[in-house]
Design a protein around this ligand. Structure first.
Ligand SMILES: [Zn+2]
Length: 194
């Protein structure tokens, strides 16, 4: 997982300075004991949560692409993800489900989860994240079709009372063989059976 790595950024000190300013502008005393190390912790947390900018998801798939004649649907469901909405920088999180129909090449199942990890560790909107995961798989593995479904809860909606608690936003995107309703249904049936 991304968050176990040590945070190493030339911008750490500067970020800490900005967070010190923000905390102070919010009306707090940055010298208060409990807050002394907060700017550093927040800066490191934000660097970790946006670590996906320094990683190339296409490379992850290209480096684990295997020739294989299997041509049935491959499904990776219930991939947990945590991301930050780019409008409020508050978390949205949930599950990603991916299906693809190989066209001569498959990839390691953990690599699909890794791709989700990289795109989610950026400032995002759920719709674009869905599309980016789809396109990354389509471009690197060139499958007969790929479909991505994302189910998420948005803290920026829930904490600010914009939406009912526990409402879930679902997005999906697909290519190729998934243009056929029957193929999409097969995938949806498989991911709905928990
Ligand atoms: Zn938001």
């Amino acid at each position: 997982m991304l968050d176990k790595e040590e945070v190493n950024s030339p911008h750490l000190e500067e970020l800490m300075g900005h967070y010190r300013g923000i905390i102070s502008l919010l009306g707090e005393d940055v010298q208060r004991e409990g807050l002394l190390k907060t700017p550093e912790r927040v800066a490191k947390a934000m660097l970790t949560l946006t670590k996906g900018y320094t990683m190339d998801p296409h490379e992850v798939l290209r480096s684990a692409k295997f020739k294989e004649e299997y041509s049935q649907m491959v499904i990776v469901k219930d991939i947990d993800f945590f991301s930050l909405c780019e409008h409020h920088m508050l978390p949205f999180y949930g599950k990603v489900h991916v299906a693809y129909i190989p066209n001569g090449y498959i990839t390691g199942l953990s690599k699909i989860a890794r791709v989700v990890d990289i795109f989610s560790h950026r400032l995002q909107v759920q719709e674009r994240m869905t599309l980016q995961i789809k396109e990354c798989i389509q471009q690197t593995l060139n499958p007969l079709g790929v479909m991505v479904v994302v189910e998420a809860k948005h803290m920026c909606m829930q904490m600010r009372g914009v939406e009912k608690q526990n409402s879930i936003t679902t997005t999906s995107d697909f290519t190729g063989a998934f243009n056929q309703a029957k193929t999409r249904e097969e995938f949806m049936n498989l991911i709905m059976h928990k």
